[in-house]
Design a protein around this ligand. Structure first.
Ligand code: GDP
Ligand code: IMO
Ligand code: MG
Length: 422
């Protein structure tokens, strides 16, 4: 058995939570490999909706082990809340969850730094979730971070005090006013709670599972266009959201990777600032937002909406080595007379290209669209690909041919059951 990776190919919120939960019965292990509480992964089944931020989306399947890998940054307070909420819903997380000693801890002052940094940027702000992601990864790479395993060491309090002091110096220099008391108390309580959880050297655990031929699904957060190296820099998150991130974020060698499942919406959304060539900042975008309920699962912010962007999708497929595609939220387009798909960009000098320029931030691109006829009917109750309206089948085939990768799954609603395999 090899490790499969599931990851987002757009700007996040493609529906990773739904699909990981749907596919989890095919796997023995689900492992998150990067990001942190900036993620919001929604699962809907048996009439209930759940949003997970740091806990892998296999947690509702009692036979599946879940791993929070070393590549994550963890907010202990949010994790404690997530676990308590799941417990109140009858899920005993401790039975089926392992947390890497090597994941980094988000401190309350990291969150303040995130907010302060955004304020200082003004118009240029990233539109961060302000969950402390950037400052925590910055400390990790700068070799100043505090890891989960450190909470078990006798000098944890000292380390914490030192790091906090260095953050407070910056906040003072930036003249950022704050009151840390409540957040710090919650953090220290949550750290004590964290000590009671199964903390582990998860790189050993996962490689033992691989030796035992167990099937493993690595769950990404965010999406390829938010990747720190390949996304629309600097309007990105601070981790490698692409398949390489699964290797470093879990401690898996490339030879163990099998399928790479790339998930995308039948249109595009983005939350936060940054370039979005096919954005429809008009009544079309508003219609997509209302029907698709495109509001952030973590921050509640309005998601920007637009048409499907094939140059960007092809780029994401290339960087990730995607072997199968999963198309989400087809139902959201049910009532559109016409659907547009961007096949190329036109550059300022009139050149037509299907490649992404070095910087979408500094290069103006004009999307060139192909128009499709909408299907104008409900997809309710359809369970097989052959039942789908012919216009939707044509939309699917066009994308497959254009990007050269088969679409193996089509999602027609938020519920686990509204999923068609092809
Ligand atoms: P994730 O971050 O990739 O897990 O995605 P989010 O949970 O942030 O956002 C996806 C949203 O779309 C959630 O509200 C899901 O419940 C919902 N959703 C997922 N698949 C479908 C679908 O096929 N149709 C519709 N209408 N909603 C969907
Ligand atoms: P899931 O896993 C959508 C966006 C933020 C901002 C940028 C940087 O649910 O798909 P950060 O907090 O990481 O410093 O924010 O990235 N962003 C997401 N957008 N889905 C997410 O996660 C996101 N996580 C971060 O809106 O533009
Ligand atoms: Mg989300």
């Amino acid at each position: 058995m090899s490790v499969h990776i599931l990851l987002g190919l757009q700007w996040g919120d493609e529906g990773k939570g739904k699909i990981v939960d749907f596919l989890a019965p095919n796997y023995e292990v689900v492992a998150r490999f990067q990001g942190g509480p900036n993620a919001g992964h929604t699962l809907v089944f048996e009439g209930n909706k759940y949003v997970l931020h740091q806990i892998p989306s296999g947690i509702f399947r009692p036979d599946v082990k879940n791993i929070i890998g070393n590549g994550l940054v963890i907010d202990a307070t949010v994790l404690k809340q997530e676990i308590e909420k799941l417990a109140s819903q009858g899920v005993d997380v401790k039975q089926n969850l392992y947390i890497s000693h090597k994941a980094h801890l988000i401190l309350p002052t990291h969150k303040l730094l995130d907010t302060a940094s955004e304020q200082r940027k003004g118009d240029q702000k990233i539109g961060s979730t302000q969950r402390g992601i950037g400052p925590t990864y910055k400390d990790k790479v700068g070799r100043n971070g505090i890891r989960i395993g450190d909470i078990l060491l006798p000098n944890f309090q000292e380390k914490y005090a030192q790091t906090k002091a260095s953050h407070e110096e910056i906040l003072k220099e930036w003249k950022f006013e704050y009151n840390l008391e409540e957040a710090e108390k919650a953090f220290l309580d949550a750290v004590d709670f964290l000590k009671t959880l199964p903390l582990a050297d998860t790189e050993y655990l996962i490689n033992d599972y691989i030796s035992q031929q167990k099937s493993i699904l690595a769950e990404g957060a965010q999406g390829a266009l938010l990747d720190i190296d390949f996304g629309s820099y600097p309007f990105v998150t601070s981790s490698n959201t692409t398949s390489a991130g699964a290797l470093t974020g879990l401690g898996i060698a490339p030879k163990h990777i099998g399928e790479v499942l790339g998930i995308f919406k039948a249109y595009c959304t983005r939350v936060g600032s940054g370039p979005f060539p096919t954005e429809q900042d008009n009544e079309i975008g508003e219609k997509i937002r209302q029907i698709g309920m495109e509001f952030g699962a973590t921050t509640g912010r309005k998601r920007r909406c637009g048409w499907l962007d094939l140059p960007a999708l092809k780029y994401a497929i290339m960087i990730n080595g995607v072997s199968q595609l999963l198309m989400m939220k087809a139902d959201v387009l049910n009532t559109f007379e016409e659907l547009l798909v961007c096949t190329h960009y036109e550059l300022a000098d009139g050149t037509k290209t299907d490649r992404l320029p070095y910087s979408l931030v500094d290069t103006a691109v004009k999307p060139i669209y192909k128009t499709f006829k909408g299907w104008n009917c409900s997809l309710e109750g359809m369970q097989t690909f052959s039942q789908l309206p012919k216009q939707l089948a044509e939309y699917v085939h066009f994308i497959e041919e254009n990007v050269g990768v088969p679409i193996k799954l089509i999602s027609t609603g938020a519920d686990r059951n509204q999923t068609i395999l092809k």
